[in-house]
Write a protein of this length. Sequence first.
Length: 148
Amino acid sequence: MVHDNEIVEILLVEDNPNDAELTMRALKKSRLANNLLWLKDGAEALDYIFSKGAYENRNMDIVPKVILLDLKMPKVDGIEVLSKLKSDERTKVIPVVVLTSSKEEPDIKKCYSLGANSYIVKPVDFEKFITAVSQISLYWLLTNHPPR
């Protein structure tokens, strides 16, 4: 887990502890879990990203390399988080990968129209889930070249 002064490369926004654990296990297996921060709902994610509440002293200029975002969460859902991220000049370039169990076409269309960079339906099979998370993370952390 990261400390306050460390750079967060992966921001995992997921309310389900089992899914979060699986995701973190998959990232550890790919040796990509070092700079990961797990936030348990959309409200906490927005506070972190926009340096509010418990995260008011965080340097907002240091942004994650990728955000793995669940859709169905209490308080603030993933669609609202995505909408706020992609409509703000300071955060709209952060890659957001929607990682959800929803195969609903309206959810998929809405996420892409708001600016999601990728939409992944969580595989039920554990090995497939590990493979999917590993591939996503390798791409966004190592292959992708974001603007500076």
